[in-house]
Design a protein around this ligand. Structure first.
Ligand code: NDP
Length: 435
């Protein structure tokens, strides 16, 4: 805290991990001697740069650009790029730190990183987004590569942005390589990558429910966000017979008591991915409730909550409302959407609660599979990738149960995920010496 006083999100993420690995840390006295914690918490490298681009009116704009290469002990740096006005170094350091443990949990050979810019694609033309992506990549390309650092998408970076950055990387380096994941299917992308985070979270949720003999079918679900993760979370919930009654964007949320059907989800995908409109328009089209002013859906009644928008979107008050309304499970599609106080509310109430580094690891797992396919110069079928994703999510769940089951039988998924993710990284760091 003394060293990084202006990075509260980073301190929050680090504190959460350190708070739950104490027992295993003390089992290995060599960790202390090797100063493992400081070496693990401070990123290997932080790159920051100015991005200069020209908007449609001919005005010259500047934004900040960053890449945080946190740890590459398990494999090349790997983690998404976020474009959003709220991006700052502290946020990216928290995300890169979390990514290191998440990638470890997938069992695939990937280190942890995150990058981004305080540029927001919202309200910008395609040409502006393209020029920005090119300007961003003009600096970033020096620091990445298929065996060095492989970025992907995140908030504000979808297929369109990844494709523009990929095209410019290729132009600058004269090389076609699997340097980014989340690419289009025509040029090296993997089937199931767009779906992976949302589907993976629902597979993880099914595993959690099954520890209490509960089925997902017939349950009512709250989802937040309406971007990539939210859309495919809703899709998988529908497929498995659950009813999703909410989704949101940064302006507010919709509550549709009849449930979001396949047809309505198609409309959300068109609205958000093509027209780049606001979720309020759903309420206007289908005549349901809309709450604006940046409201979040956590006061609505349901059995399950799947936060899929952004960090710290469930605070203590929201957590209490969810528990009071009878929620039995919360599984994080987003990264760190639940504040520490809210996590305590869930755990004290002994409801099923899983942190993003376990529950949303499906996205980066399939990114890892995209890297494998690019190296092989082959593409696997939808079924093959989906099966691998499903297996990876089951394995992550098993690991959480192994390390997180408490004396009274309650599965502390935070502890389980942190210990399982940490041990592998720590042991690899010990083996690779001091550097
Ligand atoms: P998208 O940009 O596709 O969607 C983000 C959604 O969240 C949008 O509906 C957006 O609303 C909303 N949102 C963003 N910021 C805020 C905010 N400050 N307050 C309220 N709502 C907000 O991003 P993704 O779906 O890819 O990412 C969502 C979350 O999932 C993030 O936490 C991300 O880190 C995490 N994640 C994503 C993975 C992936 O594979 N994409 C993998 C693992 C985790 P608006 O349209 O108004 O901006």
């Amino acid at each position: 805290e003394k060293r990084f006083p202006n990075e509260p999100a980073y301190i929050q993420a680090v504190s959460q991990v350190l708070g739950s690995i104490e027992d295993v840390y003390n089992e290995y006295p060599a960790f202390e001697k090797m100063n493992l914690i400081e070496r693990l918490c401070i990123p290997d490298r932080v790159i920051s740069f100015r991005v200069t681009w020209v908007d449609d009116r001919g005005n010259v704009q500047t934004n900040m650009g960053y890449r945080v290469q946190h740890n590459n002990v398990l494999g090349p740096y790997k983690g998404g790029i976020r474009f959003h006005e709220s991006v700052n170094l502290g946020i990216l350091k928290f995300l890169a730190f979390e990514q290191t443990f998440k990638n470890s949990l997938t069992t695939l050979p990937m280190g942890g990183a995150k990058g981004g810019s305080d540029f927001s694609p919202r309200g910008k033309s395609n040409a502006e987004v393209m020029r920005f992506c090119q300007a961003f990549m003009s600096e970033l390309y020096r620091h990445i590569g298929p065996d060095e650092d492989v970025p992907a998408g995140d908030i504000g970076v979808g297929g369109r942005e990844v494709a523009y950055m990929f095209g410019w990387y290729k132009k600058l380096t004269h090389q076609w390589s699997g340097v980014l994941t989340g690419k289009g299917l025509e040029f090296g992308g993997s089937l199931i990558r767009p779906e992976a985070t949302g589907y993976g979270n629902v597979y993880f949720l099914q595993n959690m429910l099954s520890t209490r003999g509960i089925e997902l079918a017939g349950k009512t679900v709250l989802v937040s966000g309406s971007g990539n993760v939210a859309q495919y979370t809703i899709e998988k919930c529908l497929e498995l017979g659950a009813k999703v009654v909410t989704c949101s964007d940064s302006d507010g949320y919709i509550y549709d008591p009849d449930g979001i059907t396949r047809e309505k989800l198609d409309y959300i995908m068109e609205l958000k991915n093509e027209e780049r409109g606001r979720i309020r328009e759903y309420a206007e089209k289908y005549g349901c409730k809309y709450v604006g002013g940046g409201a979040k859906p956590w006061t609505e009644k349901a059995d399950i909550a799947l936060p899929s928008a952004t960090q710290n979107e469930i605070n203590e008050e929201a957590a209490k409302a969810l528990v009071a309304n009878g929620v039995i499970a919360v599984s994080e599609g987003a990264n760190m959407p639940t504040t520490p106080e809210a996590i305590k509310v869930f755990q004290d109430a002994k409801i099923l609660y899983s942190p993003g580094k376990a529950a949303n690891a499906g996205g980066v797992a399939v990114s890892g599979l995209e890297m494998s396919q690019n190296s092989e110069r082959l593409s696997w079928t939808r079924e093959e990738v989906d099966q691998m994703l499903h297996r990876i999510m089951n394995d992550i769940h098993d690991n959480c149960v192994k390390y997180g089951t408490e004396e009274d039988g309650y599965i502390n998924y935070v502890k389980g995920a942190n210990i399982a993710g940490f041990l592998k990284v720590a042991k690899a760091m010990m083996a690779q010496g001091i550097y």
